[in-house]
Write a protein that binds this ligand. Structure first.
Ligand SMILES: *[C@@H]1O[C@H](CO)[C@@H](O)[C@H](O)[C@H]1NC(C)=O
Ligand SMILES: *[C@@H]1O[C@H](CO)[C@@H](O)[C@H](O)[C@H]1NC(C)=O
Ligand SMILES: *[C@@H]1O[C@H](CO)[C@@H](O)[C@H](O)[C@H]1NC(C)=O
Ligand SMILES: *[C@@H]1O[C@H](CO)[C@@H](O)[C@H](O)[C@H]1NC(C)=O
Ligand SMILES: *[C@@H]1O[C@H](CO)[C@@H](O)[C@H](O)[C@H]1NC(C)=O
Ligand SMILES: *[C@@H]1O[C@H](CO)[C@@H](O)[C@H](O)[C@H]1NC(C)=O
Ligand SMILES: *[C@@H]1O[C@H](CO)[C@@H](O)[C@H](O)[C@H]1NC(C)=O
Ligand SMILES: *[C@@H]1O[C@H](CO)[C@@H](O)[C@H](O)[C@H]1NC(C)=O
Ligand SMILES: *[C@@H]1O[C@H](CO)[C@@H](O)[C@H](O)[C@H]1NC(C)=O
Length: 504
């Protein structure tokens, strides 16, 4: 009986939370609010060994530790014009992509590859002549392998000079048309994935039970984060000194956010939430805003946490013109007593246990718009309401065609999260743009080609890599072009689906 009752309750909750819209439209957002979508270089371009490009740490990681790679991916390198047409059809205002450092400067520093420069000029030009604002990420997991080999990449301070040299080339070559630069993609999760967990390039870790060939999860995440912040600050300083007056753009930094809710109302769990926020966001947001790490981190991490000199602190403070937010997940958090393992790592330092809502398989991410609203409101209140861009938001589906194309669950997810962004904006958040991850199915960082996030389906078995719109592409397009999203109600979804079936 209790079971039946709770099942009924779950069903009701699903039905009620399954409503597709709070009834908002494009016009409810500020006029200059940017709606776009996103990809990244290694996940989309392919042509990994063409026209002078050399491997990045992501190429190496995929080839040695994974069964799939981005050698061909979507072949965007050759299909960019076709893809810009799809963006125009969809009605995007803005498009986010990244520059492959090792395509532009194959050895990381030194000679510039003219074919690399030409490709990005062509692509940016194609966007701009079609009225689509480019948002460029400078580093998206793909450090030139030669810098990793030479001095350990982001683990060494030498990276600051080489990163600055690389972004100088980007600002100089592309800055007349690019006004939005994001230095580092989801810097916190790059650090945790690559140096604490070993699940992403360069695949380093050391905790008991992990299998990385090298690494030190106690120290490297903090060291790498420090160098990322200093490299970003150096890039931003360069832009302000040398380019900003002429080009008028802005330089931001992006973070992977998680919506945290306490597991219980206990005082311990509430304290745990603040610690979780300090470790996830404060780790980098606090230096960027106030010039130093959160006190809770300094206390716990101790001498493993690098210290900013006064000069560095001044350089980092205020160096981000905007913060990019990458938001997919929500989690329940509870306090976790530190275990004296002798092998502290990022998670044990954080001292909380996180239970993610939903799961990591197909359609796995819970529809939890409160997570988005909560993160945006938290940053507004705790970090001085900086300009924000939601640079990624979305949910995966598995590559089964029928289910994939009729991705109503993705529509439900995006609709709920966009509604949450609107709520936050109405409540004073300085959020200025929203980008769906991803524009098309890509080579995904954790799931390869098995679970993808695209609004356009890519047939990876087809040598032509044909793209076809999923229902979500049609929905997003209707939202972007329409003035009234009443069609977003469940009736409208059915109509969209029927129209779609009869046209395919
Ligand atoms: C590490 O390798 C061992 C032996 O091959 C395996 O049993 C274990 O599941 C691996 N652990 C991880 C986290 O991959
Ligand atoms: C990590 O580095 C610290 C500081 O150098 C050292 O004490 C610790 O033993 C290292 N851990 C591993 C697993 O190498
Ligand atoms: C978890 O994954 C399964 C498919 O493997 C899916 O049916 C289910 O809806 C997912 N759960 C959530 C909360 O998304
Ligand atoms: C709206 O903003 C106010 C003031 O910043 C804050 O106290 C409140 O919690 C916010 N409401 C929501 C729903 O986020
Ligand atoms: C995708 O699925 C295939 C087949 O099950 C598997 O071999 C491969 O490792 C998976 N890729 C990833 C990245 O999980
Ligand atoms: C994908 O491409 C392959 C090879 O061209 C073709 O056989 C298959 O029917 C295509 N799948 C879909 C769903 O279009
Ligand atoms: C939206 O409104 C504008 C002007 O009010 C109109 O020109 C346009 O056709 C409308 N778009 C749609 C899709 O109804
Ligand atoms: C949107 O359309 C619905 C249904 O046609 C209508 O009831 C509603 O008033 C419209 N809203 C606006 C703001 O025009
Ligand atoms: C579906 O098609 C009908 C007839 O062409 C059209 O009037 C309606 O607006 C379409 N609905 C959607 C949601 O695209």
């Amino acid at each position: 009986m209790d079971l039946v009752l709770s099942l009924t309750t779950i069903f009701l909750v699903l039905v009620c939370s399954g409503k597709y819209s709070n009834g908002y439209s494009r016009n409810d957002f500020p006029k200059d609010f940017a709606f776009g979508s996103a990809i990244s270089a290694y996940q989309w371009e392919g042509a990994a060994n063409e026209d002078g490009r050399k491997p990045s740490i992501w190429d190496t990681f995929a080839h040695t530790l994974r069964t799939e790679n981005g050698d061909t991916a979507c072949d965007g390198y050759h299909k960019y014009k076709e893809d810009v047409k799809l963006m125009v059809e969809t009605g995007l205002n803005a498009f986010r992509f990244s520059i492959s450092w090792s395509r532009l400067i194959p050895n990381g520093r030194g000679p510039i590859n003219p074919k690399g420069v030409q490709f990005y000029k062509n692509f940016i030009n194609e966007l701009v002549i079609n009225g689509i604002e480019p948002h460029v990420t400078l580093f998206h997991y793909d450090l030139p392998q030669s810098l990793e080999d030479e001095y350990g990449g982001w683990r060494s301070r030498r990276i600051i000079k080489d990163f600055t040299g690389y972004v100088d080339v980007c600002f100089k070559e592309f800055g007349n048309k690019v006004k939005f630069w994001n230095t580092i993609n989801e810097a916190n999760i790059f650090t945790i994935g690559g140096y604490n967990d070993g699940l992403t390039a360069p695949g380093r870790c050391s905790s008991p039970g992990q299998n990385c060939s090298s690494g030190n999860s106690s120290t490297e995440p903090y060291l790498v984060a420090h160098n990322l912040l200093l490299a970003h600050a150096s890039a931003s300083t360069l832009y302000r000194k040398k380019y900003k007056d002429m080009q008028g753009g802005s330089v931001g930094y992006s973070l992977f956010a998680i919506g945290f809710n306490p597991s219980t109302n206990s005082k311990d769990d509430k304290i745990a939430i603040q610690r979780a926020r300090d470790f996830w966001l404060g780790w980098m947001l606090k230096p960027l805003t106030f010039g130093d790490y959160p006190d809770s981190m300094k206390r716990t991490v101790g001498s493993r946490l690098p210290v900013f000199t006064e000069e560095e602190s001044e350089l980092v403070k205020g160096s981000a013109d905007f913060i990019g937010i990458i938001q997919y997940l929500s989690a329940k958090v509870s306090n976790k007593k530190p275990s004296p393992s002798g092998h502290p790592d990022f998670y044990s330092d954080m001292g909380v246990s996180m239970t993610f809502l939903g799961n990591f398989s197909s359609f796995g991410y819970a529809v939890a718009p409160w997570a988005m609203e909560g993160v945006l409101d938290y940053i507004k209140q705790s970090y001085g309401n900086p300009p924000l861009y939601i640079l990624e938001n979305g949910t995966p589906t598995e590559g089964d065609l029928q289910m994939d194309l009729k991705d109503t669950r993705r529509i439900e997810f995006l609709d709920a999260y966009m509604g949450a962004v609107l709520n936050a904006v109405r409540n004073g958040s300085n959020t200025r743009g929203y980008f769906v991850w991803s524009f098309m199915d890509l080579f995904e960082i954790l799931s390869g080609y098995n679970y993808t996030f695209g609004m356009y389906y890519v047939n990876f078995s087809d040598p032509q890599l044909k793209r076809s719109p999923k229902l979500s592409a049609r929905w997003y397009s209707a939202f972007l072009k329409g003035n009234n999203t009443s069609f977003l109600g469940s009736q409208g979804i059915t109509q969209l689906q029927n129209n779609f079936s009869s046209s395919s």
